[in-house]
Design a protein around this ligand. Structure first.
Ligand code: ADP
Length: 378
């Protein structure tokens, strides 16, 4: 090839390669480049964040902040409100590097304390984005899980310890058939207690792990109450307790039918067990409107032993028993009412108690009424 032809070929190849690069670049920039974010748009974006968030300018001035930032104390007036965070903002700006830190904000009059997990992000132009999440709620949940674990272990240890002592007693009484029968009976009742505890702990963890509203549907209250009464009838007969229903019929709630059944059964069983023989237990259903919201109240009343105001305030705590001996004698676990509370809250409802020692108790489960147009029924 002549030098001229080689040069011409080189130019053509060069032009082709250049064209190919241009096409590739054009393809890549087929998506139009967005214009820079305007300050009012930043305000709008930060405004919808649930976390506390703020953008700090090059002179530490606030360019934007949301209400959560004010509420948590992250910002105060036109400045960052926490000295440790301001230091972190300055370091982020100086080193052009994102950072993380945890800061505890003490509570002040009218404002609860917070445990903030904070991130600083360098935005360029010496601006720093600060975002803070309150870890307090997560820490409290972890603490409550730890407490529950400790209490559950303690509760489980009691029957396990009793069973092992009774087993030793059986060994020691091998020559005495009556004593063996006596200890064997006790082993069986402790094993029953253990089984009930494990069942309730499992029930509680299943209810906690499954959002009730995911399986909620318009549910016929009369049918659930009838079914619950049927399930408690043998227990009631054993204590000659009368079970009756009163109030409005034909009501529907938006609920998981199985969980609703469990809650009503737990309340009726307690009403039977914490009453004297021949007591009266009544289940009353009623539609109520509170602050414009429609609810259905399912109240279980007894004329039993009742509760002191101090005990009534604690009955929904896990493993709480007002009368330990009676709860033990009836095979109670101290978890029945916590399960009812978990179910009520999982549905966006409530459980409350009225009680008077010697006069009786009324436990009221309040659940959201079905809205017009909600189809299907269980
Ligand atoms: P338990 O398995 O011990 O019955 P619960 O969580 O169902 O556990 O109830 C907690 C405690 O509340 C009971 O041990 C009892 O002291 C008290 N309680 C519950 N229901 C009633 C009631 N209807 N009348 C009086 N006391 C009750």
């Amino acid at each position: 090839m002549s030098p001229l032809a080689a040069a011409a070929l080189g130019v053509v190849l060069g032009l082709l390669a250049g064209a190919a690069v241009m096409v590739a670049l054009l393809r890549r920039s087929a998506v139009p480049v967005a214009p820079a974010v305007e300050p009012h748009e930043l305000d709008a974006v930060i405004g919808v964040l649930r976390s506390a968030a703020a953008i700090v300018g090059r002179h530490d001035e606030l360019l934007a902040a949301n209400p959560a930032a004010e509420r948590t104390g992250l910002v105060r007036g036109t400045r960052i409100g926490l000295p440790a965070v301001l230091d972190a903002v300055r370091a982020c700006r100086r080193d052009d590097q994102d950072g993380v830190l945890n800061v505890d904000v003490p509570g002040r009059l009218g404002r609860p304390g917070a445990q903030l997990a904070i991130r600083t992000v360098a935005l360029g132009d010496e601006r720093v984005f600060v975002v803070a999440d309150d870890r307090g709620q997560a820490l409290r949940a972890a603490e409550s899980a730890r407490d529950f674990m400790m209490n559950a272990t303690h509760e489980l240890k009691t029957p396990i310890g009793a069973i092992s002592l009774l087993a030793e007693a059986v060994e020691g009484a091998a020559d005495d058939p009556d004593a063996v029968a006596h200890f064997a009976g006790k082993i069986s009742s402790e094993a029953g207690r253990l089984a009930a505890l494990v069942r309730q702990i499992l029930a509680l963890s299943i209810i906690q792990g499954r959002p009730a509203l995911a399986s909620a549907l318009p549910t016929d209250v009369d049918a659930r109450v009838r079914d619950a009464i049927e399930r408690c009838q043998t227990l009631a007969d054993g204590r000659e307790v009368s079970l009756t229903v009163s109030g409005q019929s034909g009501l529907t709630v938006f609920a998981d039918p199985e969980q609703l059944g469990t809650a009503i059964v737990n309340l009726i069983q307690n009403a039977i067990q914490y009453s004297e023989v021949k007591a009266r237990v009544v289940v009353t259903t009623k539609a109520v409107t509170d602050e414009g919201v429609d609810w259905v109240d399912i109240a279980v009343s007894d004329n039993g032993i009742g509760l002191s105001p101090d005990d009534a305030a604690r009955v929904f705590e896990r493993f709480f028993r007002a009368d330990y001996a009676r709860s033990r004698a009836t095979g109670g676990t101290g978890l029945g009412l916590s399960i009812v509370q978990e179910i009520a809250e999982g549905h966006g409802g409530t459980i409350s108690v009225w009680s008077k020692p010697g006069a009786g108790s009324t436990f009221t489960l309040r659940l959201p009424a079905t809205k017009p147009g909600e189809e299907g029924q269980a």
